[in-house]
Design a protein around this ligand. Structure first.
Ligand code: FEO
Length: 401
């Protein structure tokens, strides 16, 4: 339980989840997370912005008790996902006068996911305002900063923008504000990569919509708030831009070491050519780290042995992940190790249908790599270097010449 006053009459009343280790049964949370909820007292009405995961409803309730909240008029639902909306039914039960304020899409989702009755909603549109008396909430639809119904809420008089997942980070911290931007940068980038990267063009539009506001604080519903909004806005502009970096992600799986030797040789050869390399051994890799590495990389190389005539399932998983996250990468390389044949290359190419990168000539290695195979890996590194040179991303200062 921890209530903090952000501004007079504006409170942080959410919950820190120090123990959570996975989200959506998919995304590792190495730093836990938080479900931020904010209470705003106006001269006439009180609003609660987002709630918390149902597991933490009791903390939200205790926090509301601590500041003596007897009435809530509006529950603002910026996003229907249950980590923010899941406590709405409990809040409605305790504060029966409250209505849920959200957009039409979010209302439909909340009715499906939480069975909230239709009469409990007040539907708003893009740019609409809601008066709390001496304070005003303005709603800005920011679709696809996770789901299609996501929106942000701007507290006009205090210049606070409540953004839910947008600009958030899965970080459990007692810090109310991001302290030293470096600490939050990678958490925020990781979160962007995991849930927003597939919708990069939409996110770019959302940034344009919110950056015209006069913002003093960005208050997301995961992780710390930002007193320096431009820092996180600029980071998002960078991640969502079309610029790629002189970086190669190598994602590999190896059963008896042949593929590992090829992947390691490629990594060494690329490093010698001044290219930044991020290597992931798929069976033990953190998917969030892999997603984060995909935000900037110009090239991804997937290296796999052949199992029952197929690419290894972990390699197929990685290819599906790349396809689903739709990073802005330009080139894909494939290395396969085989003994008597197989369809690994065609399979992996088939998994990448939605991103359509340029697929480089694959390197197929029969058995344990021999000297001539290692030479082909060196040539493959040369090819990647040339491709990076062609698109103008070789940084000569970092050793690319
Ligand atoms: Fe934090 Fe998309 O929910």
């Amino acid at each position: 339980m921890a209530v903090r006053e952000v501004r007079p009459g504006v409170y942080s009343v959410g919950a820190i989840d120090w123990d959570r280790t996975i989200f959506d049964e998919l995304i590792p949370l190495p730093e836990g997370t938080s479900y931020n909820s904010y209470l705003i007292k106006g001269s006439e009405s009180t609003a609660l912005i987002d709630t918390v995961d149902p597991e933490k409803t009791h903390i939200l309730m205790d926090n509301l008790d601590e500041i003596g909240v007897e009435r809530i008029d509006y529950i603002i639902a910026n996003h229907a996902e249950q980590d923010h909306s899941g406590s709405i039914p409990a809040i409605l039960e305790r504060y029966p006068e409250a209505v849920v304020v959200t957009n039409a899409k979010c209302k439909a989702f909340l009715m499906d996911l939480l069975h909230i009755p239709e009469e409990k909603f007040n539907v708003i549109g893009d740019g609409d305002e809601l008066s709390l008396g001496d304070r005003t909430l303005r709603f800005i639809l920011t679709p696809w900063v996770h789901w299609p119904e996501t929106m942000s809420t701007y507290l006009v008089e205090e210049k606070i923008l409540f953004t839910c997942d947008f600009f958030g980070s899965h970080i459990a911290t007692s810090d109310l504000y991001a302290k030293g931007n470096y600490e939050v940068y990678s958490g925020a980038k990781r979160y962007y990569a995991e849930i927003m990267m597939p919708f990069r063009a939409a996110v770019r539009n959302d940034i344009k919509k919110v950056e015209v506001l006069d913002i003093e604080i960005i208050a997301p519903s995961h992780g710390p708030m930002y007193k320096d909004p431009q820092f996180i806005i600029d980071a998002y502009k960078d991640w969502t831009s079309d610029e790629v970096a002189n970086e190669v992600v190598i994602a590999y799986v190896s059963m008896h070491g042949s593929t590992k030797r090829a992947a390691e040789r490629l990594a060494g050869a690329l490093i010698e050519r001044g290219i930044t390399v991020k290597v992931f051994n798929l069976p033990t890799a953190d998917l969030g780290e892999l997603a984060m590495a995909l935000v900037d990389a110009a090239t991804v190389v997937i290296a796999t042995p052949t199992v029952l005539s197929s690419a290894h399932p972990m390699a197929i998983y990685a290819a599906h992940l790349v396809n689903a996250l739709r990073p802005k990468l330009k080139f894909v390389g494939i290395i396969t190790s085989y003994s008597w044949g197989g369809m690994a290359v065609q399979q992996l190419q088939g998994c990448l249908g939605s991103i359509k990168p340029e697929v480089l000539e694959p390197v197929m290695i029969k058995g344990n790599p021999r000297d001539e195979d290692m030479k082909r890996i060196e040539e493959f590194a040369n090819e990647i270097f040339k491709k990076h040179e062609q698109i103008g991303i070789i940084d000569k200062k970092s050793g690319g010449e």
